[in-house]
Design a binder for this molecule. Structure first.
Ligand code: NDP
Ligand code: MG
Length: 398
């Protein structure tokens, strides 16, 4: 029986992970769950999975949950605050910690888990974008193992040979005879919208992704293709790749989840339904396969698969992310922080859709590019970038 801790249990990835775990109760036991403030969802999770520990970053929500657990005769230790989430992540009980907190908030808990030397099934791409190199130094130091949940990275992972799969962060793509990693993305809901109409895009339209059902932040990131930019950086760290090793390809149908081409001209692709339970099952089951509840793809119902180059005029955020990737960790941390601030302001109707890229670009212009050599320095850069980005939001706010 493998013990699992699920960080971000109440979100979109968290809910899909619970569904996979529900199908394999004889193989996995849910030890701990963490979220920010979703009391009622947590109550249901404790009821169903009889977890040992719950951690909530919002202290008032944690207190409310503790009262509700008592009233329902349920027993679980309740930890509160960011420190409580970190404490659960680093308690050393879990064999697998699923990192599915959204945004920079996920970094410290995931690092606490790394220090226990467990398997990290990672959805929280922002953690890698911020800390990639230092993150993998910690992984090596503590003997942890990282497995990707992000669907594209899971696809690439599945296309790579076993020696590379068990050495994420350090694998040698040349030894694996890889020519290129082909990172696919749908292009989001506005891939065919006339450019002049993009200024009218609302938050509601941006979070209605045509293929995937996801949390609000990543849905906006998918529309701007910042998501693909973050994934480009994530792929660099996970697969120990250079910027030249990765090519972004727009593939509107999202049937192929990414590909790897090899030096002999062969291309391996991973295909499937756009359902995150597949990559979650791949990470939880590795190196075996688990039933995930995902329907099989029916090729007779797929009329066409199309591909195109990304258009940087339509997707300036993708360009900014690829440039930041070349500049290094300070730039990628700044990119991520300013994007989180900008997306939040857009979702709260404070700035327009096109302003998201403006906030990110202007913040990158204003921030100095120091070399970051510790997690504390990364967190300081994150905080400073947020301050700068917020000021830029104020000047743009409608
Ligand atoms: P959601 O917004 O749906 O869920 C976010 C989760 O994080 C919730 O459980 C939320 O709790 C929790 N959370 C937020 N802040 C904190 C905090 N400070 N401490 C503890 N928990 C916190 O996001 P998604 O599930 O869509 O995304 C999660 C991560 O997975 C992101 O990094 C995203 O990029 C990545 N990802 C998501 C995919 C998807 O299909 N959704 C695909 C690939 C990657 P609460 O409910 O209380 O607010
Ligand atoms: Mg993805």
């Amino acid at each position: 029986m493998r013990q699992v801790t699920l960080l971000g249990a109440t979100g979109s990835i968290g809910t899909s992970t619970l569904d996979v775990l529900r199908r394999h109760k004889d193989e996995f036991r849910l030890h701990g769950v963490a979220c920010a403030k979703s009391v009622d969802k947590m109550l249901e999770i404790v009821k169903e999975f009889k977890v040992d520990v719950v951690a909530m970053s919002d202290e008032a929500a944690a207190e409310e949950l503790a009262l509700k657990l008592k009233a329902n005769n349920l027993f679980a230790e309740v930890l509160k605050g960011d420190s409580g989430v970190e404490q659960l992540a680093g308690d050393g009980v879990a064999d697998v910690v699923v990192g599915a907190i959204v945004g920079a908030a996920g970094l410290k808990p995931v690092l606490a888990a790394v220090k226990t030397g467990c398997v990290i099934a990672l959805a929280n791409k922002e953690a890698l974008v911020m800390s990639g190199q230092l993150f993998f130094e910690e992984v090596k130091k503590y003997g942890a193992k990282v497995l990707p949940i992000d669907s594209e990275h899971s696809a690439i992972f599945q296309c790579l040979p076993y020696e590379a799969q068990i050495d994420l962060g350090y694998c040698d793509l040349r030894k694996a005879h890889v020519n290129k990693i082909l990172l696919t993305g749908s292009g989001g809901p506005f891939r065919d919208t006339p450019l002049e109409d993009l200024k009218h895009v609302t938050a509601k339209q941006a979070i209605s992704h045509p293929v995937w059902s996801m949390g609000p932040k990543i849905s906006v990131d998918s529309a701007t293709m910042m998501n693909k930019g973050l994934e480009f950086i994530e792929a660099r760290y996970l697969f120990n790749a250079t910027d030249n090793d990765i090519q972004v390809v727009v593939h509107p149908q999202s049937v192929i989840h990414s590909m790897v081409s090899f030096i002999d001209g062969a291309i391996m692709a991973q295909l499937g339904q756009p359902d995150m339970r597949t990559p979650i099952a791949v990470a939880l089951g590795f190196s075996s396969r688990l039933e995930s509840g995902v329907n099989q793809l029916d090729f007779t119902k797929i009329s066409n698969l199309t591909f195109r180059e990304p258009d940087f005029e339509r997707y300036p955020c993708l360009r900014l992310a690829m440039q930041a990737s070349l500049s290094g960790q300070a730039a990628t941390t700044c990119l991520n922080a300013s994007n989180e601030v900008a997306v939040d302001a857009f979702l709260n109707n404070r700035i327009s859709y096109l302003d998201i890229a403006k906030v990110v670009e202007e913040t990158l212009n204003q921030m100095p590019y120091a070399t970051l050599s510790s997690i504390d320095e990364i967190l300081q850069t994150d905080a400073k970038s947020r301050e700068v980005a917020l000021k830029i939001v104020e000047t743009l706010a409608c």
